[in-house]
Design a protein around this ligand. Structure first.
Ligand SMILES: NC(=O)C1=CN([C@@H]2O[C@H](COP(=O)(O)OP(=O)(O)OC[C@H]3O[C@@H](n4cnc5c(N)ncnc54)[C@H](OP(=O)(O)O)[C@@H]3O)[C@@H](O)[C@H]2O)C=CC1
Ligand SMILES: CC(C)(CO)C(=O)C(=O)O
Length: 302
């Protein structure tokens, strides 16, 4: 039996927990900040129910084989008390978050050789504690190597397509090129499709092109078609649609992953001498909408 603890059973954590809990060879525990009783997840393949053990305080937790971190990036530091209880000398820790700085956010908490950065493409939203809707099939990418291969094996009996990639860096940056454009609807609180014009296209294209330029300077491969797909997705976004988790966070009045999704483009752009005016402006404006206000570009930097 392989033991897995999931820190942060929200939209992504709840969905992954429900899928993994269907496999009798895996024992799943949830590390929750807010109490929940069970999981009911609507998926493209039907409803999944599960009742994993729920720990609401780190003192209840035990050492496990795998920890899956599915909090938002801005909650990274708060996972420390859980990690201190869950990690033994063999425990591996998968960081399942958006952005490109998975390892930077956790390497002071867990030895780097036991960290697995994970790119996940899986749209999900939480409607109540333990209640999640997964709206499309999920894809997971991890780096090659023993940790990556063992992580992929956990998903063998799920309908989530998990795979190792030689070029994980590019996988993460390609995802970020799409994600960075979602800052526009998160700011305007309106889908981009119905208000599309040449100026809007220039902003979306500018955001994605800046991301691609910084990605390439970091050593990632980002084909031009990634930018065209991002522009097309934002042009086709229908009235009332959510652009994803950052938009949902803004609507809920939560903190937002502004630094992990756009601030990082500005910060790393500075490092490489690449101007990022579109990302810089929108980071400044969206940060100004948040309360309490945190100075942009340094939010999660350390
Ligand atoms: N939602 C989506 O469609 C997608 C999200 N992602 C990425 O996945 C990551 C997770 O996002 P998502 O699932 O949407 O986020 P959610 O806000 O839905 O879930 C985060 C969960 O973490 C919990 N949490 C925060 N801090 C702690 C802590 N210290 N201990 C225990 N639990 C904690 C929250 O608790 P509480 O219940 O109290 O809020 C919440 O349940 C993000 O990086 C996001 O960008 C990637 C692809 C798609
Ligand atoms: C756009 C989406 C759903 C893709 O997985 C995402 O990454 C997010 O909402 O944060």
């Amino acid at each position: 039996m392989t033991s897995i603890a999931i820190i942060g059973p929200g939209a992504i954590g709840g969905t992954l927990a429900a899928w993994l809990a269907q496999d009798p060879t895996l024992s799943i525990s949830l590390c929750a900040r807010s109490a929940l009783t069970d999981l009911v997840v609507e998926t493209p393949h039907g409803t999944l129910s599960a009742a994993p053990e729920v720990w609401t305080a780190p003192e209840q937790a035990q050492t496990v084989d795998w920890v899956l971190i599915t909090t938002k990036t801005y909650s990274a530091e708060s996972t420390k008390p859980w990690l201190d209880r869950l990690c033994g000398p063999q425990t591996r820790v998968a960081i399942i978050q958006n952005g490109v700085e998975h390892v930077r956010l956790f390497r002071h908490l867990v030895p780097e050789e036991r960290l697995v950065p994970v790119m996940i493409n899986l749209p999900a939203s939480r409607t109540a504690p333990g209640r999640v809707t997964q709206s499309r099939d999920g894809i997971i990418a991890v780096p090659t190597g023993r940790n990556g291969a063992d992580f992929v094996a956990l998903f063998a009996n799920t309908r989530i397509a998990a795979a190792v990639h030689e070029d994980f860096l590019s996988q993460a940056w390609v995802k970020l090129c799409g994600n960075c454009a979602a800052i526009v609807p998160a700011l305007t609180l309106r889908a981009t499709g119905p208000v599309w014009n040449a100026d809007m296209e220039a902003i979306i294209r500018g955001l994605a092109e800046e991301c691609a330029a910084v990605a390439r300077a970091e050593g990632a491969e980002v084909p031009q078609e990634v930018i065209e797909k991002t522009v097309a997705a934002m042009r086709d976004m229908p009235e009332g649609a959510l652009s994803g988790s950052i938009h949902a966070d803004r609507l809920a009045g939560n903190p937002m992953e502004i630094d992990a999704r756009n601030g990082v483009i500005v910060r790393l752009g500075e490092k490489h001498g690449i101007a990022t005016p579109f990302n810089r402006m929108l980071v400044t404006l969206l940060s100004a909408s948040a309360s309490p206000w945190t100075a942009p570009h340094a939010t999660e930097a350390r």
